[in-house]
Design a protein around this ligand. Structure first.
Ligand SMILES: Cc1ncc(COP(=O)(O)O)c(C=O)c1O
Length: 356
């Protein structure tokens, strides 16, 4: 892909940047540039460019605003001790975007074009990648949307793919504590034949009300069950793992959940650590009974934002299951992953791609 670059004439100055990187929070500060490329059926992907970060001008009839034909990704660039900057399995995000976009009737952006777009934006905005103290990173948000101004319900004939970047602080302020979960008995996130496996805005829009319910109930996150209210699916933005006392670990099977890249990495990592990993249906009864009997000794959730976080109490209307006894394996897996991401351990799986 041929990418033209127009440098911003209003880059954030060094003093202000240092202030932002000191305490970046999440998703509020954006780098000086953004990547953009357009698609039409005749021309394919064209006009790839890196340009100054700024607002988009959209016709009010732009299809994504009405029918939500869009997909996105979430990934991070990590600064290593020697100053170099790396991506974690970017081709997996690219491949997932191909699958998501296919489900949303959006065009395919080739894996190598996706990785090139992300890499070149990070290179141009490399001064925005924080140092690794406190597990800071540069969060990257590739997204694709129906940019055609047309109100007919059909796949758009003009599509835009963009990448923006935002420095991110540690997900956990004040140390890692087990998160409490609220069991959504009424709302589901996805159904058979739906788009639960796609990373598309509609799935997140539908999770906001149950997530608000979870907060109102004093819990950190909502956990979704399948449409029969029997099997555990995932959290609003993380996959789940259950650790048994005999060392087995279980994660809900793919189908209606998002295929997390952290989830997939843990399957490999835990396997290498000697654990038998099962991907299968996992019922809410198995959760409750397993914690009660002591068969389940740890539960954790995983995703790009939090990496790996212990899960504590599970609550639902009129009942609860206590936090499992241990967090030992949870923290060992977490450490193994972040050590690879930040270049403190050998990248034996070949997961890291150097950008700068
Ligand atoms: C619904 C959902 N499940 C799981 C995940 C974890 O995916 P990953 O490990 O690729 O970040 C995410 C985060 O992107 C998510 O939004």
């Amino acid at each position: 892909m041929q990418i033209s670059t127009t440098r911003s004439e209003h880059q954030v100055d060094d003093a202000r940047l240092a202030e932002i990187l000191e305490n970046p929070g999440f998703g509020t500060h954006f780098t000086d540039h953004m990547f953009r490329v357009e698609w039409t059926p005749d021309a394919g992907w064209h006009d790839a460019r890196i340009e100054p970060y700024g607002p988009l001008v959209l016709d009010p009839a732009t299809a994504v605003l009405h029918y939500a034909q869009e997909t996105f990704e979430g990934m991070k660039a990590y600064r290593h001790e020697d100053g170099s900057v790396w991506l974690f399995r970017p081709e997996e995000n690219a491949a997932r975007m191909v699958r998501s976009s296919d489900r949303l009737a959006l065009p395919v952006l080739e894996v190598e074009d996706f990785v090139q777009a992300v890499s070149e934006l990070v290179t141009v905005d490399q001064r925005w990648v924080p140092d690794q103290e406190g597990e800071k990173s540069l969060y990257l948000r590739p997204f694709m949307f129906a940019s055609e101004a047309f109100l007919g319900v059909r796949p758009a004939q003009h599509v835009t793919f963009m990448v923006i970047a935002s420095p991110a602080g540690s997900y956990f302020k004040g140390g890692i504590k087990p998160i409490s979960l609220w069991l959504s008995e009424h709302y589901t996130r996805a159904g058979r034949g739906g788009m639960g496996a796609a990373k598309t805005g509609g799935n997140y829009a539908s999770s906001l009300l149950p997530q608000r319910e979870a907060i109102e109930q004093g819990c950190d996150q909502v956990v979704f069950l399948d449409e029969e209210a029997t099997y555990v699916e995932e959290l609003g933005g993380m996959n789940m793992y259950f650790v048994f006392k005999d060392g087995r670990i279980v994660t809900p099977a793919l189908g209606t959940i998002l295929e997390g890249i952290t989830r997939g990495s843990i399957i490999e990592l835990a396997g290498k650590m000697g654990h038998q990993v099962e991907e299968r249906r996992f019922s809410i009864d198995e959760w409750r009974d397993g914690v009660a009997s002591g068969d389940i000794v740890e539960i954790f959730a995983c995703g790009t934002a939090a990496v790996v976080t212990p899960v504590g109490e599970l609550r639902w209307p009129g009942g609860s299951t206590p936090a499992p006894a241990s967090t030992d394996l949870t923290f060992r897996i977490r450490q193994a992953l972040v050590d690879i991401q930040f270049g403190r351990a050998d990248d034996t799986f070949g997961w890291m791609t150097r950008v700068v």
